[in-house]
Write a protein that binds this ligand. Structure first.
Ligand code: ZN
Length: 230
């Protein structure tokens, strides 16, 4: 008898094929887990162990950028949080955005109201090509907030790593612009890791130029620095 199924397979054959597919997926998931190591401590066979999950409870940090913008960070850039952030940024382990985003949510909640624009620091085209995702935007989404991609990078800066505070500021100055007018709207800038605060200052400058009122910045982690910041 003719089957109603589009490929003409008998239902029992289809069920068998689905079962085979599922067991193949199961094998692949098991293989993935066997290859996995904890994002925080490297323990094999797990994506994030209980102890490291526990260590991702926020330890709120307050600091100030060179130009006086208040920064609230969920963690010091250290230990389990720093290792998880490195793996999220450097090794494509996007599942870590979920526990990290939950920590960011706590810092964000202290600085925003329902009408605040939550603006991620823009990702350069080069970084986006390399990763395939925008780290600050992803973290904001995992904090259950919709990122407002108001800022764009007008010019590609050179890698900030290895630059001192003065060079970082010079490197990012006037590299961003606001693509929309703020009309006095309140904005909070979000970045993953804040080091000298130069990037946040540039983001604040561009938002002010676009008519926004920047009230604070929120970061997932802040690097403590000798001589003030942190
Ligand atoms: Zn661990």
């Amino acid at each position: 008898m003719a089957s109603a199924l589009p490929d003409g397979a008998a239902p029992q054959n289809r069920r068998m094929r689905i079962a085979t597919d599922l067991s193949r997926i199961g094998v692949e998931v098991a293989a993935l887990l066997l290859a996995a190591t904890c994002g925080g401590c490297g323990e094999p066979g797990i994506l994030l162990c209980g102890k490291c999950r526990e260590a991702l409870r926020p330890e709120l940090q307050d600091s100030m950028t060179p130009r006086g913008l208040r920064v609230r960070a969920a963690f010091p850039f250290d230990g389990v949080a720093a290792r998880c952030i490195r793996r999220l940024k450097g090794e494509g382990e996007t599942f870590l955005a979920r526990p990290l985003g939950a920590a960011l949510a706590e810092a964000l909640a202290l600085e925003t109201t329902p009408t605040t624009w939550v603006v991620p620091v823009p990702t350069t085209a080069k970084a986006f090509r390399r990763r395939g995702y925008r780290v600050p935007d992803l973290l904001i989404r995992r904090a259950h907030v919709e990122p407002q991609r108001v800022l764009s990078v007008a010019a590609d800066t050179i890698d900030q790593r290895g630059l001192g505070a003065h060079d970082r500021a010079a490197n990012v100055h006037r590299t961003m612009r606001a693509r929309r007018r703020g009309e006095g709207a309140e904005a909070v800038i979000v970045d993953d890791v804040v080091t000298t605060g130069a990037t946040l200052d540039e983001a604040a400058r561009a938002l002010h130029a676009g008519g926004f009122r920047v009230v604070a910045a929120v970061a997932l982690a802040a690097t403590p620095r000798r001589g003030g910041f942190g």
